[in-house]
Design a protein around this ligand. Structure first.
Ligand code: PRP
Ligand code: URA
Length: 211
């Protein structure tokens, strides 16, 4: 099954804080980091490993080390809120960037930036983008990575809509999605309901205030 629901109480506790409209940017950022650690750990459960050994003060011990080249790709801006967590888990990961911006009226994502590390064909690629709404951004990101040679791709998000999950599954049935939740659906502005609002604006304090 390409859809993996990460059903851990610590994940859902953090999600509740992110959803809460009273949570300001400082707490939102720290909570985004915490939930991303937990989600990434789950998404990387099947990362290839290699066996080795280490010397403890009492002698040799078997060791299991990460055996893959991990490339983490945040979708700007909001995906940057998940990046530090992944790099804390895998400090040696390489980082690619995809800049995508949804049009406020049509909700169609257009690309303004791409930079990938070379040699993606043999890498384990983790796309991080907190909101999977229409799925347009995720599909555009996966397509760019495939064109750049990436084969082994996972998507990690914090809130998904059924529409976004369905689009990714239809376009890229071999790409696994990790999310704590699939919400009710999209509203007329293509925002996830109940969702958590605009993730990037809440992360960076750029929410428009009336008056
Ligand atoms: C948000 C979010 C996703 C995208 C999801 O980004 O971070 O990238 O929307 O929507 P979709 O599934 O309908 O494509 P946004 O375009 O608002 O840009 P931002 O991260 O710079 O705020
Ligand atoms: N982007 C967001 O930040 N939130 C949504 O609900 C949909 C897209």
């Amino acid at each position: 099954m390409p859809l993996h629901i990460v059903d851990h109480p610590l994940v859902h506790d953090a999600l509740a804080t992110l959803r809460d409209k009273r949570t300001g940017p400082d707490r939102f950022r720290r909570t985004a980091n915490r939930i991303s650690l937990l989600l990434a750990a789950e998404a990387l459960r099947d990362i290839p490993t290699r066996t080795s050994s280490v010397e403890t003060p009492l002698g040799p011990a078997p060791a299991c080390l990460i055996g893959a080249d991990l490339v983490v790709v945040p979708v700007l801006r909001a995906g940057l809120g998940m990046l530090d967590a992944v790099l804390e888990l895998v400090p040696g990961a390489r980082v690619g960037h995809i800049g995508l911006q949804r049009d406020e009226i049509t909700a169609i994502a257009s690309r303004y930036y791409t930079k990938f590390p070379p040699g993606l064909a043999g890498s384990h690629v983790l796309i991080i983008d907190p909101m999977l709404a229409t799925g347009g951004s995720a599909v555009a990101g996966i397509r760019l990575l495939r064109e750049a040679g990436a084969r082994d791709i996972l998507v990690v998000c914090i809130v998904a809509a059924p529409e976004g999950v369905a689009l990714v599954e239809r376009e890229f049935p071999d790409v696994d999605i990790y999310t704590p939740v699939v919400d009710q659906g999209l509203n007329e502005h293509k925002f996830i309901v109940p969702g958590l609002g605009d993730f990037g604006d809440r992360l960076y304090g750029t929410t428009q205030v009336d008056g």
